[in-house]
Design a protein. Structure first.
Length: 133
């Protein structure tokens, strides 16, 4: 089917495929914090799609797969890293980061800080997001 006269078909937007830890009891607030951090960081009109672990494999050159890994989650805070890849590239691993909880309990602020720290620790991912726009 073709687009009506005068309407050009818009190109599909780049997709960020994000997988988050499962079964941690905190995956939803943590994943939401990561989605918000990616939305603030990504240049251009990316679509962020949450996927199951292992499904963050990009299918197009403009897509990027991101997997969030948590190595520590307790009252003292969060620790972990992210892995990402483009369609052509191998999996790349970001630096491990820690986000301490300020009051002895993990809070929404801890999740937000953790997501921001993860992205700040991975300048190559930020560069890949800009290139995919």
């Amino acid at each position: 089917m073709t687009a009506p006269a005068g309407q050009a078909r818009s190109p599909e937007r780049p997709v960020i495929l994000l997988s988050c830890p499962e079964g941690e009891g905190m995956q939803d607030p943590l994943c939401q914090a990561m989605i918000q951090a990616l939305a603030r960081t990504a240049v251009g009109p990316h679509v962020i799609r949450r996927v199951s672990r292992g499904d963050e494999v990009p299918g197009r050159s403009t897509d990027i797969g991101v997997a969030l890994y948590v190595s520590q989650s307790d009252d003292s805070g969060l620790a972990g890293h992210i892995e990402w890849r483009t369609e052509e590239g191998a999996v790349q691993t970001g630096s491990s980061v820690q986000a301490p909880s300020g009051d002895g309990a993990v809070s929404a602020k801890t999740f937000d800080d953790f997501a921001s720290l993860l992205l700040n620790a991975t300048p190559a991912l930020i560069k890949a997001l800009a290139a995919a726009s």
